[in-house]
Design a protein around this ligand. Structure first.
Ligand code: MIC
Ligand code: SF4
Length: 638
């Protein structure tokens, strides 16, 4: 048998269809060992699972509450209560608010080397740090994985990332992934699994590896993976999970689709400059820039080592700017407390926030107007911080600490920072396991939990107005902002009317509804990398509710295409990218959808512009029926 890389080994072990791993781009169906949601995507996912008529989930499944926890009003608590009670009914583990951020908590408790998983959140890829293949997906696809234990995806290409050397003392894993972003760019990872290998791997701990795989999402990658070795074992044993360890690595001589070389010793402290994680520059080139806020933690940089190093750098000295800590889990917060670091940070003036997403998703912690915030998080898209004209730059915990002390962007000193390592505090008691859950109250649906909308099948001729024409790199934060709107996640109508594209064009939702109610089908025209950023299926669901039936762009981000299909929006790309210039917002356009497998054209101003399918032919019945749920109901046999 020929030598296999680690990615291919795990995919082969989980392959359901076809019989052998096919060429990149062809569809594969794999067995899924774990599926999870968080609260912001989870309510919709659970509503879809219920609508499928499922009584019990198949794989290990978890509902984490971490995103929307401000609880100012009934909406968040209604969502949490629904998630808890529906989890009890369907056999899903429930992780209550305060337990921790989904990816971080998942790694601490559930991920094992060699597993496959999907999560309704793009940073699900975090789990690759432990030698597992985990992918972000839309809520419907996660519901389907919970129902069937399977997931269908295009066979990825695999790029080997050969790590050599060792990081300088003022660099961290965050600098490695920023280096990758500089090389690969925010759209260069599409359709690729990055498999890290080489002698540099052993110099990185499991949580450092997870920082790197976490931000593979920012390159648009399918996922990333590290081998499972002594460092993996060390982490699992420290958490009392030594039994979950298996050694896993690529076979000698395995072949790859591509290769990247990174010498860790050559990396300098890096910073991703607003407004994109891909704008990577050297920290030293921005040194001295005045800042207004520092945030540390999030699912990206929350390990005990990260935060202890941050605290040791402060060493009780007062921070000069507003500094907020969001620990990744209750477990890590308790470990920090027991090791004395919480008290050290209180003395330094750090604000200890909740174990959750918080400022990362615009749930509090916003910087001032025109302010500059430095964050150890993974995203710095416009307006995501909640302050429209503030700028957010992404940095390592060491740069965060050095800069918090000076009030300006500062290159950390290259020196040893010894930390007081104590054993982790294991916090499995926070979870509500399905066999312990109180099922007597049934599934509780408060007034925030709205029924799923019903969507009509696709007409043979799709005709209507171009309701919006956008530029490159439109993110799901542009399409369907989170932040203050998160409590509307279970209420499609309100979320669509108040938030869809409101930061791009505040007239969009009203214009779209008027066009829809007059019988038109709405179109969006976009440019490169449309839908980058997240697994947010509301960025498809809400536009669909507003009457959008087709999105035609130069290129798409992976998860967004799947979400569009799931809600019956036809995703297509221009055969000739220059045709983008031939269409204006407000134009009336149409396309013949009778044969979606045949040649497709967009008719505009008397011209027929050739289009490419951005969807696989297998999903044509789904598009025809108006979305994945009607298709599931028509075909699923239990
Ligand atoms: C994000 O970081 O943008 C989110 C919120 O975690 C999203 C999911 C969501 O919109 O709920 C993600 O990354 O997929
Ligand atoms: Fe939460 Fe931010 Fe991580 Fe998304 S990226 S899961 S919002 S901490």
């Amino acid at each position: 048998m020929s030598a296999l890389g680690l990615t291919h080994k795990i995919l082969k072990d989980h392959l359901v269809e076809p019989a052998e791993l096919p060429a990149p781009g062809e569809l594969i169906k794999i067995k899924i060992d774990e599926a999870f949601t968080q609260d912001a995507t989870g309510t919709m996912c659970m509503l879809q699972l219920e609508a499928m008529g499922i009584d019990k989930v198949k794989p290990l499944s978890v509902n984490f509450v971490d995103h929307s926890m401000l609880q100012s009003g009934f909406r968040n608590p209604d969502d949490h209560q629904y998630l808890r009670t529906v989890a009890a009914k369907l056999g899903i583990i429930f992780s209550p608010p305060g337990t921790g951020i989904c990816h971080f908590t998942n790694m601490e408790n559930f991920v094992k080397p060699g597993m496959t998983g999907v999560g309704a959140d793009s940073h699900t890829v975090n789990a690759g740090g432990a030698g597992a293949i985990f992918m972000g997906a839309g809520g419907y696809d996660v519901a389907l994985a919970m129902a069937t234990g399977m997931y269908t995806m295009p066979m990825p290409k695999v790029t080997r990332v050969n790590l050599t050397g060792e990081l300088a003392k003022n660099c961290m894993a965050m600098d490695v992934i920023l280096k990758m972003l500089e090389i690969v760019t925010v759209k260069g990872g599409k359709g690729i699994i990055f498999e890290y290998a080489g002698p540099g791997v052993a110099t990185l701990s499991l949580t450092e590896r997870a920082t790197i795989t976490n931000m593979g999402a920012e390159m648009g990658a399918t996922t990333s993976i590290f081998p499972s070795d002594e460092r993996t074992k060390e982490y699992l044993e420290s958490r009392g999970r030594g039994g979950d360890y298996t050694e896993l690595s690529a076979d000698e001589g395995a072949s790859y689709d591509d290769e990247i070389e990174i010498n860790l010793s050559e990396i300098e402290p890096l910073i991703a400059i607003y407004p994109s994680p891909g704008n990577v520059e050297k920290v030293k080139d921005h040194a001295g820039t005045k800042i207004h806020q520092v945030c540390i933690g999030s699912c990206t940089n929350s390990s005990f080592e990260n935060i202890a190093t941050f605290a040791e750098t402060l060493k009780g000295k007062r921070v000069k700017v507003d500094t907020l800590l969001y620990p990744g889990s209750r477990s890590v917060a308790m470990q920090l407390a027991d090791a004395g670091y919480m008290s050290m940070m209180f003395h330094s003036g750090v604000r200890i926030m909740e174990n959750g997403c918080g400022a990362c998703i615009g749930q509090g912690g916003s910087p001032p107007s025109e302010g500059i915030t430095l964050r150890t998080f993974n995203r710095n898209f416009p307006k995501r911080s909640g302050t429209d004209d503030a700028e957010c730059h992404l940095i390592s915990p060491l740069v965060a600490a050095a800069s918090a002390l000076t009030g300006e962007i500062t290159v950390p000193e290259a020196k040893d920072i010894p930390i007081n390592v104590i054993p982790p505090v294991i916090d499995t008691d926070s979870f509500i396991m399905p066999d312990q859950a109180d099922k007597s109250e049934g599934v509780v649906r408060g007034p925030n939990i709205m029924a799923l909308p019903d969507f009509k099948p696709l007409p043979d001729v799709v005709k209507g107005e171009v309701l919006l024409k956008t530029g490159d790199n439109i993110s799901t934060d542009d399409i369907q902002p989170a932040g203050v709107f998160l409590p509307l996640r279970s209420n499609v109508k309100e979320y669509a009317m108040q938030a869809t594209y409101n930061q791009v064009d505040s007239t969009f939702a009203e214009r779209a509804v008027a066009h829809r109610d007059a019988g038109g089908e709405g179109f969006i025209i976009g440019a490169e990398n449309y839908g980058q950023g997240s697994s947010r299926e509301h960025a498809a669901l809400c536009p669909r509710w507003l009457g959008i039936r087709a999105v035609i762009v130069k290129s798409f981000a992976r998860i967004h295409v799947a979400n569009l299909v799931n809600f019956g929006i036809v995703p297509m790309t221009f055969k000739n990218p220059d045709d983008y210039d031939k269409i204006k917002q407000g134009d009336t356009v149409s396309f013949d959808a009778t044969d979606l497998a045949g040649d497709l054209f967009l008719e505009v101003n008397g011209e027929k512009l050739p289009l490419e399918r951005a969807f696989d032919k297998d999903v044509i019945p789904t598009l025809k029926l108006g979305g994945a749920l009607p298709q599931f109901k028509a075909t699923f046999k239990g």
